[in-house]
Ligand binder design. Structure first.
Ligand code: SAH
Length: 249
């Protein structure tokens, strides 16, 4: 077990929810932590590994009032400078749309020592729980990870949707539930077929996981009718068809 020195911040990926997807390093970090500052996506099952560490919920929640990033950074720095062993615990992988880079840069600026423990991202591991492989030989040769909204909450500017559609792979969208109509419209306008298979996986890897299978042109309406909502991963591409044979859960 690596020793967790006092006054350090360990940025830890919690995976998509099933505690079995934690890494050994993540479990070691949680066991030794004095304080665990986690975001809203971290599951209760994962937090159980934190023993008697203080738990603080500090994280952005799409569409809801949430703590500002500078405040989160400041809290991590204050706790570390007070000599605590701080785990900053983030759903999935800290560097996949998790603002992990911003937090690390703030620690660097403040002179706080840190370590990064990667996690299983929802866009790979979560989809695997739904029986969807993000790559498959002969089906697709690549995968693109995109966020469905930018820091303003709108569908992101500066994404070349035509190029994304032409990339002939799997498109995996995070945080896209509120903009699926707009995004699928842009992908169709960019040349993707209206019947491209789409899967929406809510609460991936958790006991209440839900999966919706639809197509690009029907996705927004089917999502609205199904009541499926965040947190959900959207995958777009022929690879979704493998789910018929590969769904194991
Ligand atoms: N760092 C995280 C992603 C943070 S952004 C990771 O690597 O997975 C938040 C988005 O992640 C959510 O809006 C959703 O799109 C996705 N997400 C995270 N956990 C999820 C889960 N258990 N099931 C489905 N989607 C999830």
């Amino acid at each position: 077990m690596s020793e967790f020195p006092q006054g350090e911040v360990w940025l830890v990926g919690a995976g998509p929810g099933d505690a079995g997807l934690l890494t050994l390093h993540a479990v070691e970090a949680l066991k030794q932590a004095d304080i665990v500052v986690h975001d809203a996506l971290v599951s209760a099952a994962v937090l159980e590994y934190a023993g008697d560490a203080e738990r603080v919920l500090l994280g952005k929640r799409g569409g809801k009032p949430s703590p500002k990033q500078p405040g989160i950074n400041a809290r991590l720095i204050v706790e570390a400078k007070a000599g605590k062993r701080v785990v900053r615990l983030k759903g999935g992988d800290p560097f996949m749309f998790g603002r992990g880079a911003e937090e690390v840069l703030a620690l660097v600026t403040a002179g706080v020592r840190f370590r990064v423990i990667p996690g299983i991202t929802a866009g790979i591991g979560g989809l695997a729980y739904a029986g969807i492989p993000v790559t498959a030989r002969g089906v697709n040769s690549g995968v693109i990870f995109l966020t469905g909204h930018d820091h303003t909450g709108l569908s992101p500017e500066g994404v070349d949707w035509q190029a994304v559609g032409r990339a002939a792979g799997m498109i995996v969208l995070y945080m896209a539930m509120r903009h699926m109509g707009e995004i699928s419209g842009k992908l169709i306008a960019g040349g993707l077929a209206v019947d491209t298979p789409v899967a929406v996986v809510m609460n991936a890897s958790l006991p209440d996981m839900r999966v919706l299978e639809t197509t690009l042109s029907k996705a927004a309406a089917d999502i609205a009718a199904s009541g499926i909502g965040a947190p959900a991963i959207v995958s777009i591409g022929q690879g979704n068809l493998l789910r018929e044979a590969m769904a194991w859960r």
